[in-house]
Design a protein around this ligand. Structure first.
Ligand SMILES: [Zn+2]
Length: 710
C-alpha cells in the first residue's frame, strides 16, 4: 500500500462544491482550535472526540480560502515574501485536523467518522480546485515565476516557485476563461464516468463471485476455508459455497483448488467480470473516459493524457516510461517462460495432458516452490517476534546506517489501544521526530499497510516530523508472543522506509518536505529499505527464536533468501502488461475514435510483446480500477520504476562498502532529507553518480540469464 491511498480515494467522482462557511459549533473548546501543546505538536487524542473533526476541517477550509484571498487581494506588487511565503503558511488549522482525521478514518474508523468522511471528501477536492483556479492568486505566482531568475532566490525557494507555478498550470490556470469552462466540464464528465465505473465494477465484482453447490468442486480447500465459503454463501443468501472475487486477475484460491474445471471457471469469472453485456459492463465507460482524457490533455496543450500526467513525475515523459518498460520485456518474459517450463514439467510428470493456462499457474507454481525452496512459514515464524523484529531489526538497521536511536514514550496520547510511540534521536543526541506504530489487525481498520504523517517537517513553521506506520498483522492470542511471517517482516521494513523519508525531512517549506514527491519516486525509499531485512548482519541480529534466543538455522535462512527470486518472471510480466495497457490507453490522441476495449487491449498487448497465453495482465482494462477509478492513470508504471530505483540504489551501497554509517549519512543527506526540494532525476543522479539502470533490478530479481549474473 502506498501513502497516496487516501488522496486517491478522495479523487473519485467528485463534483465542485463550495466549502461551507465555518459551522457555528467550532470554537475554542474544539481541540483543533489552537496548535497542540503536546511535544512535537502531536495530536491530542486524549481530547479529540469523533465529532470534533468535521467542524474543524470545514472551518479550516474556510480559513485557508480567506488567507489565500487576502494574498490574492494584496495591493502590493507580488514578491516571493508576500505571496509564496504566506501561501506556505496558510491552512494550518486545516492541516492540524485533516492529518489525524485521514488516519483514524482508515485505521480506527466507526460510523460517525465514516459519515464525516463522506461529507468532507468532495469538499476537500473542491477546496483545492478553488485555490488552483483563483486567477488573481495565479497571476501573482506567475509574475514571480516569470522573473524568478533575477530574484536571487536560494535553490529551495526557486524550486518552490517552479513547483507551485507548475501546479497551477497543470490544473489549467493558464487557460482562457472559455477553455477553463470547457476544462471544468470535461473534469466533471470524467469524474462522473469514473464514479460510474467504480459503481459498476463494485457490483460486477460482487456478481462475479464463483458459486457452487458441489463440495467436490472445492477439493483442496481446508476445512476452515470451506466453512468460510459456506458462510459467504449464507451471507449472500445463495445455496452452497461462494468464493468472492479479489480485485486482481489471479485469485488467491487458485493456489489450492485441485479441480481444474473449478479453477478455469473461477478464473473466467474474474477475467470476464465486467464484460458480460449487462448493466455492470464497464467497456463503454472506459472507452469514453479515455477519449475525454485525451481531449482534456489537448485543451491543456499536450499530445495525449500520459504526456500531461507525467510532466511533474521523475520520468517526465511517456517516452521515458515506455523505453524503460520495453527494456524490461525481454528478460521478464524470458524468465516467465522458464518458470512456465518448470510448471509444465510438474504437469507432465503428473500426466496432466494439458498445456499450462493462466488458471493453472498458481496451483503448480506453489508445487514448484515447495519442491525448489521447501519453505514452511510455520517453521520460520518462531524466529520473527514482532517487537524483536522492530527493535533488533528495523530500528537496528536504521541505527547502523544513520546513527539514530529510539526511546519509547508512554506519555503521548494515542488514537487506539496498542498504538506505540517512539521518540527518535539523531546520533548527536538531538531530538529528530516522533514515530507511531500500529501493527495489528482490527475490525475497524482498512486492509494493507501504509505510512502517514501527523505533522510535516518544515523549518519555516518550526515543525519537526510526527509520522507513523499502520499494518494488519494477525494479533496473537492473549499471553502469546506476536509471531509474524517473512512477508510481515518485509512490510515493516518497507513502511519504515517511508517513515524515514518523513523523519529525515529537512526542508524549509512544508509543501516540498518529506514524502511530498512524485508517484514514481515515493515508493523508492520504502522499497530500498526492504533490502536491509535480509542483509546478513541485520538478519542475524533479529531473526532469533522467541523462546531460546537461538539464531535462525543457516539452511532455513538460506531458503528465505532463495525464495526471494521465486516467480519473479511472472510477477514482472503481469505488472508490465497492466502498466502497458495503462500507458497505451493514455497515449491516445484527442482525434482518435472511440475504442473497442477488447480489440484495443489485444492490440496493445501484441504491440508491446506482452500477449502471453499463461501470463494475463494483473488487471484487465475493464476492471483496472487504479487507472479508471483512482488516481493512477498513466501512473501504473511507477511500481516498476521505483523497483528500478530501489535496486539500483542498493547496488550503489554494494559497490561502496555496503552497510556503513558513511554510506547511510550520505544517502540521508543527498536523498532522504531532500523531499521534493530539487528535480528528482537530478537529485538521484547527483547521489548515484549516474542515471538509474535496470541491471541491478534484473540481478536482484533473478531475471538475468545465468551466464550474465555474477
Ligand atoms: Zn509503500
Amino acid at each position: 500500500m502506498n501513502i497516496f491511498m487516501l488522496a486517491a480515494m478522495f479523487a473519485v467522482g467528485l463534483t465542485m462544491l463550495p466549502a461551507d462557511t465555518p459551522t457555528a459549533n467550532f470554537g475554542p473548546s474544539n481541540p483543533f482550535y489552537s496548535p497542540s501543546t503536546l511535544p512535537f505538536q502531536a495530536p491530542p487524542f486524549d481530547k479529540i472526540k469523533d465529532t470534533d473533526y468535521q467542524p474543524a476541517i470545514e472551518a479550516g477550509m474556510a480559513e485557508q480560502l480567506k488567507e489565500m484571498q487576502a494574498i490574492a487581494d494584496n495591493p502590493q506588487p507580488p514578491t516571493f515574501e508576500n505571496t509564496l511565503i504566506p501561501m506556505e503558511k496558510s491552512g494550518q488549522l486545516l492541516d492540524r485536523a485533516t492529518a489525524p482525521f485521514f488516519l483514524v478514518t482508515g485505521a480506527d474508523t466507526n460510523p460517525t467518522l465514516q459519515k464525516a468522511r463522506a461529507a468532507i471528501a468532495p469538499k476537500i477536492a473542491a477546496h483545492s480546485d478553488a485555490i488552483r483556479l483563483n486567477d488573481k492568486l495565479f497571476q501573482r505566482v506567475k509574475a514571480i515565476y516569470n522573473q524568478r531568475q533575477s530574484l536571487k532566490l536560494d535553490p529551495e525557494s526557486l524550486r518552490l516557485v517552479e513547483v507551485e507555478y507548475d501546479k497551477f498550470v497543470h490544473a489549467g490556470a493558464n487557460l482562457s476563461e472559455a477553455d477553463k469552462t470547457q476544462l471544468k466540464k470535461l473534469n466533471e464528465q470524467i469524474a462522473t464516468l469514473s464514479n460510474d465505473f467504480s459503481t459498476k465494477l463494485l457490483e460486477a465484482t460482487k456478481e462475479g463471485a464463483y458459486v457452487t453447490t458441489e463440495k467436490g468442486a472445492l477439493a483442496g480447500f481446508s476445512d476452515a476455508r470451506l466453512a468460510a465459503a459456506a458462510e459467504a454463501a449464507k451471507e449472500r443468501k445463495v445455496e452452497g459455497y461462494l468464493i468472492p472475487l479479489q480485485n486482481t486477475t489471479q485469485q488467491p484460491d487458485l493456489v489450492s483448488l485441485t479441480n481444474r474445471s473449478t479453477r478455469e471457471a473461477l478464473f473466467n469469472n474474474s477475467w470476464n467480470r465486467a464484460e458480460r453485456g449487462d448493466a455492470n459492463d464497464t467497456r463503454d465507460t472506459i472507452a469514453r473516459i479515455a477519449q475525454l482524457r485525451a481531449q482534456k490533455a489537448k485543451l491543456l496543450g499536450y499530445p495525449n493524457f500520459a504526456a500531461w500526467k507525467l510532466v511533474d513525475q521523475m520520468a517526465k515523459t511517456p517516452e521515458a516510461a515506455l523505453k524503460f518498460m520495453d527494456e524490461l520485456v525481454p528478460p521478464a518474459t524470458a524468465k516467465a517462460a522458464s518458470e512456465a517450463q518448470d510448471i509444465q514439467g510438474v504437469i507432465d510428470a503428473q500426466k496432466g495432458g494439458f498445456k499450462v493456462q493462466p488458471w493453472d499457474w498458481d496451483f503448480y507454481a506453489e508445487q514448484v516452490r515447495k519442491a525448489k525452496y521447501d519453505l514452511d512459514e510455520e517453521q520460520v515464524k518462531p524466529y520473527f517476534e514482532l517487537n524483536n523484529v522492530l527493535q533488533n531489526g528495523v530500528f537496528y538497521a536504521a541505527n547502523l546506517l544513520y546513527g539514530i536511536t529510539f526511546k519509547e514514550r508512554t506519555d503521548i496520547p494515542v488514537y487506539a489501544q496498542g498504538v506505540r510511540v517512539f521518540e527518535v534521536f539523531n546520533a548527536d543526541g538531538s531530538s529528530l521526530a516522533l514515530f507511531y506504530c500500529d501493527y495489528f489487525k482490527r475490525d475497524n481498520k482498512q486492509g494493507g499497510a501504509w505510512m502517514y504523517s501527523f505533522v510535516t517537517q518544515s523549518k519555516l513553521m518550526g515543525l519537526k516530523p510526527v509520522v507513523g506506520n499502520v499494518a494488519n498483522f494477525a494479533a496473537p492470542a492473549a499471553g502469546e508472543p506476536a509471531l509474524i511471517t517473512s512477508d510481515d517482516v518485509k512490510t515493516m521494513f518497507h513502511e519504515f522506509g517511508h517513515a524515514l523519508h518523513g523523519m529525515f525531512a529537512n526542508s524549509e517549506y512544508p509543501s516540498l518536505s518529506g514524502t511530498a514527491t512524485a508517484r514514481d519516486f515515493v515508493e523508492f525509499p520504502s522499497q530500498f529499505n526492504e533490502h536491509w531485512a535480509t542483509h546478513p548482519s541485520v538478519f542475524q541480529h533479529y531473526a532469533r527464536h522467541n523462546k531460546t534466543g537461538a539464531p535462525m538455522p543457516a539452511d532455513l535462512a538460506a531458503k528465505i533468501k532463495n525464495a526471494e527470486t521465486f516467480n519473479k518472471g511472472y510477477d514482472m510480466t503481469e505488472l508490465l502488461a497492466a502498466a502497458q495497457l495503462d500507458m497505451q490507453w493514455h497515449d491516445l490522441s484527442a482525434t482518435a475514435p472511440l475504442q473497442n476495449p477488447d480489440t484495443f487491449e489485444t492490440d496493445a498487448l501484441h504491440k508491446t510483446h506482452l500477449f502471453i497465453r499463461y501470463v494475463p495482465p494483473r488487471y484487465r482494462s475493464s476492471y483496472f480500477s487504479h487507472i479508471w477509478g483512482t488516481g493512477y492513470a498513466a501512473g501504473y508504471y511507477a511500481y516498476l520504476w521505483t523497483q528500478m530505483l530501489d535496486d539500483d540504489a542498493y547496488q550503489w551501497f554494494v559497490e561502496h562498502g555496503g552497510l556503513t554509517r558513511a554510506n547511510g549519512d550520505r544517502f540521508r543527506q543527498m536523498v532522504l532529507s531532500r523531499g521534493n526540494t530539487e528535480d528528482l532525476a537530478k537529485m538521484y543522479e547527483a547521489w548515484r553518480g549516474a542515471p538509474p539502470s535496470i541491471q541491478p533490478m534484473l540481478k536482484f530479481r533473478g531475471l538475468l540469464p545465468p551466464s550474465a549474473s555474477k
